[in-house]
Design a binder for this molecule. Structure first.
Ligand SMILES: Nc1nc2c(c(=O)[nH]1)N=C([C@H](O)[C@H](O)COP(=O)(O)OP(=O)(O)OP(=O)(O)O)CN2
Ligand code: ZN
Length: 136
């Protein structure tokens, strides 16, 4: 029997969407207000889901206590109240779009989730804009 278990998390962070090799006119045309050189912030909501067999002895797919601690250590401590472009190494040369942030989060969590389980990350950049990544 397979079940999906999910844990919500939250962080806020600043970012700027731009490509340094493009001039200001092109960055402005493509990224609009998200290209503000003084950055801007979002309250990101995150849903991390693990899908797999329910263990017969524990009744768990994965212990939520462990998932909670993992998200805190690997994601919230690394991203919360940070300027993503300036302070988070993964975005030094990677545009911190919602898509790219979701992929970075998935890659940070994957090594600590049992290989027999599927991992999915849903990241809300605004209450109405959200992206999903499952490693495929
Ligand atoms: N495919 C993507 N498109 C956009 C991204 C992104 O990460 N991936 N990011 C942005 C901006 O950073 C930001 O999300 C602003 O988006 P916008 O739709 O303008 O949202 P609002 O601030 O108006 O807030 P809503 O609550 O969603 O209306 C843009 N595009
Ligand atoms: Zn933004």
């Amino acid at each position: 029997m397979k079940v999906k278990v999910s844990r919500k998390a939250h962080f806020n962070a600043a970012h700027r969407l731009y490509r340094p090799e493009w001039d200001e006119a092109k960055n402005s045309a493509v990224f609009g207000k998200c290209n503000n050189p003084n950055y801007h912030g979002h309250n990101y909501d995150l849903v991390v889901s693990v899908y797999g067999e329910v263990d017969k002895d524990t009744g768990f797919v994965m212990d939520m206590k462990i998932l909670k601690a993992l998200i805190k250590e690997k994601i919230e401590d690394a991203l919360d109240h940070k300027n993503l472009n300036v302070e988070v190494p993964e975005f030094k040369h990677l545009n911190p779009t919602a898509e790219n942030i979701a992929v970075v989060i998935w890659n940070k969590l994957r090594p600590d989730i049992d290989a027999s389980k599927d991992l999915e990350v849903v990241l809300y950049e605004t209450p109405r804009n959200f992206v999903t990544y499952n490693g495929k």
